[in-house]
Design a protein around this ligand. Structure first.
Ligand SMILES: NC(=O)c1ccc[n+]([C@@H]2O[C@H](COP(=O)([O-])OP(=O)(O)OC[C@H]3O[C@@H](n4cnc5c(N)ncnc54)[C@H](OP(=O)(O)O)[C@@H]3O)[C@@H](O)[C@H]2O)c1
Length: 344
């Protein structure tokens, strides 16, 4: 399939480009941007490790327009949310297949918000899009929500979440490029990230909700979040305190996490990790520097699993790569799932 990438020169866009290099199903042929329109992709300010993949160097960055998307079968979006709002809606209304990383459509009742291992069944919302003659359009969640919700899934299935208190320690690349000024973040942490806590609260409940009558009934547990920016380049850490309806045994919970696998693994999708959740027993793991690249950044790493204040509560820490599992890699995995199910 020929694919386009909107916002392909930013922090997430570059990760897409790297992960689409040599992809067995998707051929990247169009890249859009704003300030870099007209440049060869090989001339953009590449901020990832290694070089710009050879096969994309001569693509000339175009502006967002329906004209530039004429020849493609699928559009990935890594646009800033403000820019995404109108354009993604227009693509959806015109029936141009879209998989987006931006928050613009995530809370639209017609649009599935998906972590491929957590709620692949929510893709059934696309039936309603078809009836209305729009889409297919699907989104993946915010990076912190992704890292948090992957391990919550098997625990929620087993014990039923009642209440969730989380604190995130978020990497600089989560703010895009150039992101937070160095003067603000070196020798410092910043206890506020605009809009992030609301995203964690709302998206977690949509992801763990159930489709009923063609719409998602949000999960009913309470969520409280504090989101903090820290001077780490890549990899978000989340400290989780989860309280469940049922009693929880930390050892059994660790086994559920370690053994968790889902549809992307059964379908052997090209970008699926063998094990989406890794568990570490050392008292000083997971750490962003050592654990963000588990299975190429597509797995999250959980550690410090222990009892909370009562028999219904569990504490743990999880780390995941925010631009791979939290953005580009997950969007590619979602598109693979949609392809495997003949939605695109
Ligand atoms: N960073 C993360 O960890 C992360 C995780 C999950 C989701 N997201 C979401 O992913 C999206 C991209 O984030 P980012 O961190 O990559 O941001 P970024 O580094 O600021 O990149 C923004 C990109 O959008 C392009 N752009 C801006 N306005 C445009 C327009 N009108 N038309 C076409 N292109 C335009 C820019 O192009 P030029 O360079 O040419 O100006 C650049 O390629 C955001 O919606 C963000 O919320 C980010």
């Amino acid at each position: 399939m020929k694919v386009a990438l909107l916002g392909g020169t930013g922090a997430v866009g570059q990760r897409f480009v790297k992960m689409l290099s040599g992809h067995p199903w998707f051929e990247l042929t169009v890249i859009t941007g704003k300030t870099s329109v007209g440049k060869r992709y090989g001339e953009v300010n590449w901020v990832l490790e290694g070089e710009v993949p050879e096969e994309f160097r001569d693509i000339v960055v175009s502006e967002n327009s329906l004209e530039s998307l004429k020849e493609v079968d699928l559009v990935f979006s890594a646009l800033p949310s403000k820019e995404a709002r109108e354009f993604e809606r227009e693509l959806m209304n015109r029936g141009i297949p879209l998989v987006s990383n931006a928050s613009a459509l995530r809370m639209d009742p017609l649009v599935p918000l998906i972590i491929p291992e957590v709620n692949p069944d929510h893709l059934s919302l696309i039936e309603r899009q078809k009836e209305l003659g729009v889409g297919p359009a699907a989104t993946d969640p915010n990076c912190t929500t992704t890292v948090l919700t992957l391990p919550l899934k098997p625990l929620h299935d087993a014990y039923t979440l009642k209440r969730l208190d989380v604190a995130s320690y978020q990497a600089l690349s989560g703010a895009g490029y150039p992101g937070v000024p160095s003067y603000d973040i070196v020798d410092n942490v910043i206890p506020f990230i605009s809009g992030e806590e609301e995203k964690v609260q709302n998206e977690t409940k949509k992801l763990l909700g159930e489709v009923d009558g063609g719409e998602v009934k949000f999960a009913s547990f309470d969520v409280q979040a504090t989101c903090v920016r820290v001077p780490v380049l890549d990899g978000h850490m989340v400290a989780v305190h989860a309280e469940f309806e049922e009693e929880v045994d930390p050892e059994e919970a660790a086994k559920l996490l370690e053994n968790f696998s889902s549809e992307p693994q059964r379908l052997e999708l090209p970008t699926a990790p063998a094990r989406p959740i890794h568990v570490r027993g050392e008292e000083n793991r997971p750490q962003p520097r050592y654990d963000r690249d588990a299975e190429g950044g597509m797995s999250v790493v959980v550690g410090r699993i222990r009892k909370g204040a009562n028999r219904h509560s569990l504490l743990f820490v999880v780390v995941g790569h925010n631009t791979v599992r939290g953005a580009a890699g997950q969007a590619i995995l979602l598109a693979e799932l949609m392809r495997a199910k003949n939605i695109i």
